[in-house]
Design a protein around this ligand. Structure first.
Ligand code: SF4
Length: 383
């Protein structure tokens, strides 16, 4: 038998020993990552998936942590060329939730046992909005404490590029994680999908500020962008490692018809799903103890996309908690799932999906990434 011959493991799925050996390597190079991302035969993909799942379970356990997602405002000051709520999109209904609305969503998260919530919005730096977010964070920390969760909900913020002072203010109020997606770490590709007033360098600078302030830092990329190569994607994974990123949210690029990239050529849907799943697996294999979200963008292209994401190495899911009457007004991409289900229906559906993937739901826990926990311990040690 030569090394490329597929063999059968567990009596069912074809499994390539060649890719299993590659995926099990201690330290994956850029070329190794490109080879993993290029896996096309089912037996090669299965070997990568199985090793990524093994690495996940060994380093992070079998819990899936839930972050209730609240989309606080669909207004945005930016004009990213791929985004359905970019400021130039005239047909978007721009809303901002009230403090009471946000707090009601937070209480619901706490009632369902979700350990954390995410406050997400378009990028807004106006004082009124930042005051609202700061006030919401302060109230949520005070009002969601319970016997099961004495420190209240964990709060992730995802409201774009801000000044150091704003990041610090929101951290001091109680936000402890921040997600700022870089979208691609190839500066030339970044420049092609953003207007000239947004630069790759300033986004990287913001990631540095967030780390300096003490946040657990998350970022992520789109997969299947026009002109994006496997080498770009391998570079994205190396970037996550270089910048010591704690949590990663990646999803397939889904062109929005009302944007400048609406007709841009990109790989077909099965190819984007294959690449997105292999990016999750390759990131897990390279970085091992980070949190990786199985995003709704995956589910938008594949009804069982999020379950597949879990099987390829993801360990976080963000159930929709925004009020149902505003969900359709926050569509970064078309085909967003869960537009009509209320939070209770989303909860039952997700529980079923997580159990279907053979995993446990991590209730009443912040579910910080093991990577961040280890760094904190290291930083706390006396010099
Ligand atoms: S991706 Fe974010 S910052 Fe860019 S236009 Fe959309 S909401 Fe605004």
């Amino acid at each position: 038998m030569n090394s490329c011959t597929p063999t059968i493991r567990n009596g069912s799925r074809p499994f390539s020993e060649d890719f299993a050996r590659l995926a099990a390597q201690e330290s994956l190079s850029r070329q190794d990552l490109v080879k993993i991302l290029g896996a096309k035969k089912p037996e090669d993909i299965e070997a990568v998936r199985a090793e990524a799942e093994r690495v996940l379970l060994a380093n992070c356990g079998d819990g899936v942590f839930l972050r209730g997602l609240v989309e606080a405002s669909s207004a945005c000051a930016c004009d990213c060329l791929y985004c359905g709520i970019r400021k130039s999109s005239r047909d978007v209904n721009r809303y901002t939730l009230s403090l009471d609305d946000i707090l009601a969503c937070a209480r619901q998260c706490a009632d369902y046992g979700y350990g954390s919530m995410v406050i997400q919005s378009g990028e807004r730096a106006d004082k009124k909005f930042i005051d609202l977010v700061a006030e919401a964070v302060t109230h949520i920390k005070a009002e969601t404490r319970s016997e099961q969760q004495p420190d209240g909900l964990g709060i992730t913020l995802c409201i774009g590029q801000q000044t150091y002072d704003t990041y610090k203010r929101l951290f001091d109020a109680g936000g402890h994680r921040y997600l700022l997606r870089i979208e691609t770490t190839n500066p030339e590709l970044f420049a092609k999908i953003h207007p000239s007033d947004q630069t790759f360098e300033s986004r990287v600078e913001c990631l540095g500020m967030l780390r300096d302030i003490g946040y657990q830092v998350g970022t992520g990329v789109m997969i299947g962008l026009p002109g994006q190569t496997l080498d770009d994607l391998a570079g994205d994974i190396l970037f996550f490692g270089k910048y010591d990123i704690d949590m990663i949210g990646m999803g397939p690029f889904i062109p929005h018809p009302d944007t400048p990239l609406g007709d841009a050529p990109c790989p077909d849907v099965p190819e984007r799903i294959r690449l997105a799943l292999l990016m999750i697996a390759a990131t897990r294999l390279k970085l091992r103890d980070v949190n990786i979200a199985s995003t709704t963008a995956l589910q938008a292209l594949d009804p069982v996309g999020r379950e597949k994401g879990l099987k390829f190495g993801a360990n976080v899911i963000m159930p929709q908690m925004s009020p149902t009457d505003v969900r359709a007004d926050y569509q970064l991409y078309p085909g967003k799932p869960c537009l009509d289900e209320n939070a209770k229906e989303c909860q039952s559906c997700l529980n079923m999906r997580i159990e279907f993937a053979g995993r446990k739901i991590g209730l009443y826990a912040w579910g910080d990434s093991k990577h961040a926990v280890k760094r904190r311990k290291r930083d706390d040690q006396p010099a």
